[in-house]
Design a protein around this ligand. Structure first.
Ligand code: SF4
Ligand code: SF4
Length: 97
């Protein structure tokens, strides 16, 4: 018998949430009011990079962490885990009124 039972093809509840949420945002069915951005004070500790569930954050050497607004689902995990308090929530600019 295979010992790969831990590689379940069934996504977890958190994985399903991210899949449905990002797909709805992509289709415009769900309009997020806010996303997150990195401001000054980033020490490039990489904590935000590791906790982001959508891999929206990249680390630019000698610069700062950068958040891809298209991938950010506004969960706030990055800001909650940033010891430097370098991540802030901002309003998403949208054409929908
Ligand atoms: S957690 Fe904060 S200090 Fe660390 S890399 Fe991300 S933005 Fe920079
Ligand atoms: S708010 Fe959530 S999805 Fe957006 S960059 Fe931070 S951890 Fe990633």
């Amino acid at each position: 018998m295979s010992n790969l039972s831990y590689l379940s093809p069934v996504p977890s509840l958190a994985q399903r949430f991210i899949i449905v949420y990002t797909e709805n945002i992509r289709k415009g069915a769900c309009v997020m009011r806010s996303i997150y951005r990195v401001r000054g004070g980033c020490t490039l500790c990489a904590m935000c990079y590791y906790v982001c569930p959508t891999k929206a954050i990249s680390l630019k050497p000698n610069v700062t962490a950068v958040i891809d607004a298209e991938k950010c689902i506004g969960c706030g995990q990055c800001a909650d885990n940033c010891q430097a308090e370098a991540i802030v929530r901002v309003e998403r600019k949208t054409d929908i009124h």
